[in-house]
Design a binder for this molecule. Structure first.
Ligand SMILES: CC(C)(COP(=O)(O)OP(=O)(O)OC[C@H]1O[C@@H](n2cnc3c(N)ncnc32)[C@H](O)[C@@H]1OP(=O)(O)O)[C@@H](O)C(=O)NCCC(=O)NCCS
Length: 171
């Protein structure tokens, strides 16, 4: 089951994010995004009443007043990986982002993983921002032409101190 994350889930989310990435950085990023009120929404995957996966969307500042989002971190408890939880979280979250009126989504991650959801590095060709030019920097337009014109994106402050490289190659 995928549902919106509640404050009571925060401790479980913290444990999953730390376990999935094998370090604290991404869990610290999640906390900081919440404190700074830069979160658009968070979803959790629940199995047998236990939170086993999590995804967070945060608000990007663009030169227009349109809503664009950053997807991540995305984490699934290592004991529950490779069973479709990550994909379910991405697909459900993209639907919700669409309902929020989000024009497009950006992320830093493995193209081999995110390509299956329609993300591509080529879609970021006109996007200027702290991750521009990296092959891991990918975008998905939720509305036609969302990335068709040059644009500059500013990430939430929490990303300034966050690692931009994954430890395990997944990001
Ligand atoms: C990436 C992650 C969320 C995927 O969760 P999951 O529930 O295992 O994902 P799914 O079951 O939907 O998909 C698993 C498939 O994705 C593949 N996959 C996972 N990470 C991948 C990567 N970096 N590159 C390519 N493929 C990858 C798996 O090999 C598997 O392929 P298969 O179906 O052919 O066996 C999970 O591995 C994770 O938490 N990783 C550590 C944290 C992380 O890197 N987060 C990502 C972005 S911020």
């Amino acid at each position: 089951m995928i549902r919106v994350a509640l404050p009571g889930d925060h401790a479980a989310i913290d444990a999953i994010v730390r376990a999935a990435f094998g370090r604290a950085d991404e869990a610290v990023l999640v906390d900081r995004l919440r404190v700074d009120e830069d979160v658009i929404f968070e979803l959790v995957a629940v199995e047998d009443g236990e939170v086993v996966g999590h995804v967070l969307y945060s608000r990007l500042r663009v030169d227009l007043y349109d809503l664009y989002a950053s997807l991540g971190p995305l984490a699934v408890d290592p004991a529950h990986q490779r069973r479709g939880m990550g994909s379910a979280l991405v697909r459900a979250s993209l639907e919700i982002a669409r309902e929020f009126g989000c024009h497009g989504v950006l992320l830093l991650g493995a193209p081999a993983y995110y390509g299956r959801f329609g993300f591509s590095s080529s879609a970021t060709a006109q996007v200027k921002g702290r991750f521009s030019g990296r092959s891991a920097f990918q975008a998905l337009a939720l509305e036609d032409d969302a990335f068709a014109s040059p644009m500059t994106v500013a990430y939430p402050d929490a990303f300034a101190s966050a690692p931009s490289e994954p430890r395990r190659g997944n990001s």
